[in-house]
Write a protein that binds this ligand. Structure first.
Ligand SMILES: NC(=O)c1ccc[n+]([C@@H]2O[C@H](COP(=O)([O-])OP(=O)(O)OC[C@H]3O[C@@H](n4cnc5c(N)ncnc54)[C@H](OP(=O)(O)O)[C@@H]3O)[C@@H](O)[C@H]2O)c1
Length: 324
């Protein structure tokens, strides 16, 4: 064997080892947390054993309501927290009648200021809360450049931080002390795929969701030894009011389909897309970044989002014309 073929043999051996190492390090855990664990083994986290009550924010619609229904189905009593009292009462009755569990409601606006947390603390003071779902979140009406967004409504940028970040932080601070004292509890935080992939033109929204991922990750490290499970859930599109998608599909499932899937990942993944097609979508974007470069992936997403912005602005112009 000549020298060049020997070098070739060593290099190909090295390449095979690197690929093999990457498969063991990244691909196998991905398969376990997204397919084998949730779909073949099933979550072993017994939510009903965490405590008598579950608290869910933003729970009159969409993903929050779907979490409320699934937790009631498991026998937990519920505290639903949203803005509109009428909607809260209607949803409380619907879920209470269907699953035969007690449902209480608290009407607060998570953009209203710090005082709301004192009210929530007081109204839940004697409840044994074992599950907290920090679901409430708001987003842009449509993708927009940061400066145009600020010019149109500067207060909105305060509101989005209050609803998406302060709510998660303060609700956790209210309910985790008791969980820690009892050495059991589950905190589920709704992030978004927007928090883990490039997301220009939704920059403030996606940054609030990146906060949720980081906060959840570090919180889990701090309190794992205290028996607390913290999960950050990162959906892609789900057919809700927020996404404005009416008809569910494989890549934009109904909130019920999404939440059933997300709950099956509990105990397998601290950070999860929560639903296999969304996990695949994240994977494709991360592979594009790795193979073709981060800038290529950013430009690809930007082009796509600019298309969404153009269509949304045209729709808005048509609606305004109709009104005149
Ligand atoms: N849908 C998606 O495609 C998607 C994708 C990724 C991540 N997410 C995340 O998933 C979570 C839920 O989204 P969703 O699509 O289910 O939203 P949604 O359908 O718009 O429902 C939002 C819920 O939050 C409540 N809410 C809104 N603003 C509030 C405020 N200021 N104070 C109190 N309650 C408020 C609403 O109730 P009232 O109107 O009665 O107050 C409603 O119950 C959010 O954190 C979102 O960022 C959603």
């Amino acid at each position: 064997m000549d020298e060049s073929s020997q070098v070739l043999k060593i290099l190909s051996g090295l390449a095979i080892s690197i690929v093999g190492f990457q498969i063991c390090r990244k691909v196998l855990p991905w398969i376990y947390t997204n397919i084998v664990g949730p779909q073949l083994i099933g979550s072993s986290v017994n939510l009903a054993k965490m405590g008598e009550w579950a608290v869910i924010t933003g729970s009159t619609d969409g993903i929050g309501k779907a979490y409320a229904r699934e937790l009631a189905r498991k026998g937990l009593k519920l505290v639903l927290i949203s803005r509109s009292l009428d909607k809260l009462k209607a949803v409380a009755k619907e879920i209470g009648d269907e699953f035969g569990v007690e449902v209480r409601v608290i009407d607060v606006d998570f953009t209203a200021g710090f005082e709301i947390y004192e009210r929530i603390r007081k109204e839940t003071a004697c409840l044994d809360v074992g599950v907290l779902v920090n679901n409430v979140g708001i987003s842009y009406n449509y993708p927009e450049y940061f400066l145009d967004c600020y010019k149109a409504d500067p207060k909105f940028l305060c509101d989005i931080v209050a609803a998406n970040i302060h709510s998660v932080t303060h609700m956790t601070a209210i309910f985790m002390p008791e969980m820690v004292a009892r050495r059991k509890g589950v905190v589920i935080n709704l992030s978004s795929t927007a928090g883990v992939i490039p997301n220009p033109l939704l920059s403030v929204y996606s940054s609030t969701k990146a906060f949720v991922n980081k906060f959840s990750d570090d919180l889990q490290t701090e309190y794992k030894a205290h028996g607390i499970l913290v999960q950050s859930v990162q959906p892609g599109f789900v057919a809700t009011n927020m996404s404005k998608i009416r008809k569910p599909s494989v890549f934009a499932p109904s909130p019920e389909t999404y939440v059933k899937s997300a709950l099956s990942t509990l105990g397998f993944a601290g950070q999860t897309a929560g639903y296999l097609p969304h996990a695949l979508l994240q994977l494709v974007i991360h592979f594009t970044e790795a193979l073709l470069g981060a800038q290529f992936a950013r430009n690809l997403v930007l082009k796509n989002i600019l298309g969404t912005r153009k269509r949304a602005r045209e729709r808005q112009a048509r609606e305004q014309q109709k009104k005149q």
